[in-house]
Design a protein around this ligand. Sequence first.
Ligand code: B16
Ligand code: MG
Length: 219
Amino acid sequence: MNNTKGIIFDLDGVIVDTAKFHYLAWRKMANDLGFDITLEQNEQLKGVSRVHSLQQILGWGNKTVTEEEFQQLMSSKNEDYLAKIAHMDEGDLLPGVKKVLDYLTENNIPFALGSASKNARPILKGLKIEHRFKGIVDGNDVTKAKPNPEVFLIAAEKLGMAPEECIVMEDSVAGVEAANLAGMTSIGIGDREILKEADHIFSDFTGVDIEFIEKIVRK
Ligand code: B16
Ligand code: MG
């Protein structure tokens, strides 16, 4: 039996900063529809699925579209987004992440991905870290979006661990709530006020040092 806990990483905002590219792509779509979205509004889209993001944005712009137009908007936004992230590589890992992933790998501490993104696999491939995850659970694998804990519960299964043996790293309110509902230890990466429900909070990943990891993964 493994004598350590497992870690489940969110992707966007924890391992890599794709929020800015989501914003640029959604903003272009909104501009084409005749309105604008702000960076503050973009904050509310973090961790939120593609469908729910579009519903939210159309609401802000007071726009009603047919089902066919809705699908078309989602797919053109995604094409635009994919073009923007196409050149990501190891250099795009957020500061502090590589050190922790290296430590976990060297010490056989298992980790998985729990992301709302349907693009998680190509992103991990670009970052050249895909093979290091014991399990990958993304937007293609779930039926219920965060704050529903489904994504993290499936990730725990892939790790072969009970929920209480899992530690979740998250940058979104919905993700922290999902981790808490799953009965896991939640670590918020971001604003202390916004992520106040998390068990531990760091303003960014550079604050997550090896000493802290050693302590929390111990059973
Ligand atoms: P996609 P995470 C989330 O990823 C993003 O934070 C969110 O902004 C995005 O809308 C969602 O993925 C869906 O992404 O359009 O690529 O399927 O933070 O859960 O890793
Ligand atoms: Mg995130």
